[in-house]
Design a binder for this molecule. Structure first.
Ligand code: HEM
Ligand code: CU
Length: 536
């Protein structure tokens, strides 16, 4: 260790000694890479909690009747599971961890535009998380509304709603601050020669995402504030007894929360667009089409929120319009799938772990997307709304999409982040178990939903028993896979073999700097002359 220290002229960001020591050198660091890792570690903790809750729900559902918990506990479990997974993991997820770490490097910059604001975002994230989680321990019992906080129940329930809603409100500021930071960084800090159309696709995805973060998040902020006011002062925004309109809540909530699913998925698509050309050893097919479809998704995503409310009461015209627009928004996603697959055509593929993650992503994301089409059709929606089918659909999209891309990104960029390589066999074994478990867990839920099993119930009638046993076994298998993957990475971060600058022979700028990068990434700001995926 000391040997290498002496040889390296500039210490890596991991070794760099600043003003503070120990943990303070991390929680007060304005280095974008350390902040990315702070988010990564916080998210791993939150993810372990939320995944455990998910596993416990599946154990409850292994047999009809009460197995390990009662109805109210189940209600609070799916609420906390949903809040944590959505607001603490998949919404901030990829931008906060990999965007922070790699956006500046990918565009040839030394840091983001506002490093202090960046650190502040992490602090607000932690404060928001603690406020939200405190709802579990304070007076009136854990919230039981689901992560959607639907009115009128959210101001009628006797449980601890205020901290949960306030926590989500505070978290919004973190998202907005990160969005502003990334927009300015991309506009102002690209290296000389890096024209917009020479920018890699992950920064493009972060750019589209950042605009949604900045423009859509304030809406949910105001909406949650209205819930707080309604609960404390009985204003009458949403309560019919006070002349309010509960459907208004749903509109306001989904005007944010549908674009928010694109906050979750666009960066995932960006990650896949980085991994595929690297291992196909080919320039990406249809770079411009991918850029345009990214921006199109970010834009059209604002106009489809009504598909969450097909059964809530809307005019016929509104129903048809939202249904048609939902089908339209599938086109840009399909364009990307086409481009990724076309990139693989006649490629000499290097089957490394990150590439296997990308392939698994394609598989599950297609199932998620196609089941979304089923839900977007009005008549099918009436039947499937609020059933296990919906739960299967969004786990295929958010977990299968964002979650798989997250783990794919972790296996792709790990050698760069920690300067060490993980054990590839264990990584592949973990992935195989995880992937098998994932499908065993969620595929039966499509069937359960079609045959009528409602979501958000701790109990069910006997005829749903068989598929539920399979699904719960799948959950256990999947969690075992996750434990293997994460253990492998944690061990390798300390003990893995040293990784060189460019273990995958990638062409984007992060592969030109040290692994792990030095404090300022580049000794000299690079002059960009090539296209990002210049393999041919
Ligand atoms: C880690 C393993 C996971 C398991 C075992 C699991 C399992 C479950 C179960 C059993 C439910 C309740 C279904 C119901 O009764 O309605 C649920 C709901 C939910 N899950 Fe997961 N899940 C997991 C991971 C994830 C991930 C990674 C995400 C986000 C990307 C996620 C997001 C959600 C959301 C948003 C809900 C809805 C909560 C609500 O209805 O309010 N889950 N999950
Ligand atoms: Cu939606």
């Amino acid at each position: 260790m000391t040997e290498t220290l002496k040889q390296t002229p500039t210490p890596s960001f991991l070794e760099y000694q600043g003003r503070f020591k120990g943990i303070f050198a991390w929680i007060f660091s304005t280095d974008h890479k350390r902040i990315g890792l702070l988010y990564l570690y916080s998210m791993l903790v939150f993810f372990s909690i939320a995944a455990t809750l998910g596993l416990m729900m599946k154990l409850e559902l292994i047999a009809p009747g009460r197995t390990i918990m009662g109805a109210q506990t189940y209600n609070s479990f799916f609420t906390l599971h949903g809040i944590t997974m959505i607001f603490l993991i998949v919404v901030p997820g990829l931008p906060a961890v990999f965007g922070n770490f790699f956006l500046p490097i990918l565009i040839g910059a030394k840091d983001v535009a506002f490093p202090k604001l960046n650190l502040f975002s992490w602090w607000i994230y932690i404060v928001g998380a603690f406020i939200a989680l405190s709802s579990q321990f304070l007076g009136d019992g854990p919230p039981d509304t689901g992560w959607t906080f639907y009115a009128p129940y959210s101001f009628k329930t006797g449980t601890n709603m205020l901290p949960a809603v306030t926590g989500a409100f505070v978290l919004g500021f973190s998202s907005i601050a990160t969005g502003i930071n990334f927009i300015v960084t991309i506009h102002r800090l690209r290296a000389p020669g890096m024209k917009w159309m020479k920018m890699p696709l992950f920064p493009w995805a972060l750019y589209g995402t950042a605009w949604i973060q900045v423009l859509a998040t304030p809406i949910v902020g105001i909406t949650l504030l209205m819930v707080v006011l309604e609960r404390t002062l009985q204003i009458g925004f949403f309560d019919p007894a006070l002349g309010g309109d509960p459907i208004l809540y749903q509109h306001l909530f989904w005007i944010y929360s549908h674009p928010a699913v694109y906050i979750m998925i666009l960066p995932a698509m960006g990650v896949i667009s980085e991994i595929i050309p690297t291992f196909a050893r080919k320039t990406i097919f249809g770079y411009t089409a991918i850029v345009v479809s990214t921006l199109a998704i970010a834009f059209v995503g604002y106009f489809v929120w009504g598909h969450h409310m097909f059964t809530s009461g809307m005019s016929g015209v509104a129903l048809y319009t939202f249904s048609i627009l939902t089908f339209l928004v599938a086109i840009p996603s399909a364009i990307k799938i086409f481009n990724w697959v076309a990139t693989l055509h006649k490629a000499s593929i290097d089957l490394q772990t990150p590439f296997l993650w990308a392939l698994c992503f394609l598989f599950v994301f297609m199932i998620g997307g196609l089941s979304g089409m089923v839900l977007g059709a009005l008549s099918a929606n009436v039947h499937l709304h609020d059933t296990a089918f919906v739960v299967a659909h969004f786990h295929y999209i958010v977990f299968g999409g964002t979650g798989f891309a997250f783990f794919g990104a972790l296996h792709y960029w790990f050698p760069k982040m920690f300067g060490r390589m993980y054990d590839k066999s264990w990584a592949n074994i973990g992935l195989a178990i995880f992937f098998t478990g994932f499908n065993t867990l969620y595929l039966p839920m499509f069937y359960l939903g079609i045959t009528g099993m409602p979501r958000r119930y701790y109990d069910y009638v006997e005829r749903f028993h068989g598929p539920n046993i399979v699904s719960s076994m799948g959950a256990m298998l999947m969690i075992s896979g996750l434990i293997i993957l994460i253990t492998n990475l944690v061990r390798s971060a300390r003990h893995g073999a040293k990784a060189g600058k460019d273990p995958w022979k990638g062409k984007t700028l992060e592969w030109t700097v040290d692994s792990p990068p030095s404090l300022e990434n580049f000794d000299e700001i690079p002059l960009v002359t090539q296209d990002p995926y210049d393999y041919d």
